[in-house]
Design a protein around this ligand. Structure first.
Ligand SMILES: O=P(O)(O)OC[C@H]1O[C@](O)(CO)[C@@H](O)[C@@H]1O
Length: 245
């Protein structure tokens, strides 16, 4: 794993956006894996600004999101489909039909998982996957204990994840208890991964990722087995990590 240290959230967002833009501009066809949560919002803002100023085109880009809440339709403002449209897709020239997110309101969720995995395979897999990390080490919605062999599957969200994400809902009770997520094996098939880590509250996770054991109790640790992962971390995440060690 390679680590790039940046000053702050703004610099992280700019650097990640520049990296994505370069890939978009130089690839004939690009399969981009995208994440939600607070971490990539600044990256998406930078992509939109660049699209408006420099006309970077996303017409040959296909996107695959990591996860979605079970029970929410794409029209629900808390769904990740809504988030992606709102934060990125509605503001660039991507064909909406080329943006894939597992459906949280499918009538048969087991089939939805199988179909999503198949879709990824049929498209030739992800070229560049953007990842955030939960403070318990989750990637996508793969909570501690998830098998490293897992494909797209249904999960029960950890109480800490529901609490962390409750800030987007009007109450904790409203946060869905289940989600659908690409599995660890699915994520590991990506050709390249960029992991974004910002803020002191992620320093414990960064520390464990860099120095802890590779095992299923800390899902992100699997990334140490991937040949092409770059961590982009800001000073706040790293500084606190250094103090701890
Ligand atoms: O970026 P945040 O909001 O800290 O979330 C970290 C991770 O948690 C998730 O939001 C899932 O809870 C991921 O999508 C994200 O990468």
């Amino acid at each position: 794993m390679k680590m790039i240290e940046v000053k702050d959230y703004q610099e992280m967002s700019k650097r990640v956006a520049e990296y994505i833009i370069e890939k978009v501009r130089t690839s004939k066809k690009l399969n981009l894996g995208l994440a939600t949560g607070g971490t990539p919002v600044g990256t998406y803002t930078n992509l939109i600004e660049d699209h408006k100023q420099n006309y970077t085109s996303y017409q040959d880009v296909t996107t695959f999101n990591l996860d979605e809440y079970v029970g929410l339709s794409g029209d629900d403002s808390n769904s990740y489909r809504y988030y992606m449209n709102d934060q990125l897709f509605d503001h660039i020239d991507i064909h909406k039909s080329n943006t894939y997110i597992p459906r949280g309101d499918a009538s048969d969720m087991q089939k939805e998982c199988l179909d999503y995995e198949k879709l990824l395979t049929e498209h030739g897999g992800i070229d560049l996957q953007i990842l955030g990390i939960g403070s318990n080490g989750h990637i996508g919605f793969n909570e501690p204990g998830t098998s490293f062999d897992s494909n797209t599957h249904l999960v029960e969200l950890a109480p800490s994840t529901r609490e962390a994400n409750a800030r987007y809902f009007s109450s904790l009770e409203e946060v869905p208890t289940k989600a659908v997520t690409m599995g660890i094996a699915t994520i590991m098939k990506s050709k390249e991964i960029l992991l974004l880590i910002s803020g002191e509250n992620k320093s414990e996770a960064l520390s464990q990722l860099l120095h802890g054991e590779v095992n299923e109790s800390f899902p992100a640790s699997v990334l140490r087995n991937h040949p092409y992962v770059t961590i982009i971390a800001d000073k706040a995440a790293i500084a606190a990590e250094k103090v701890r060690n």
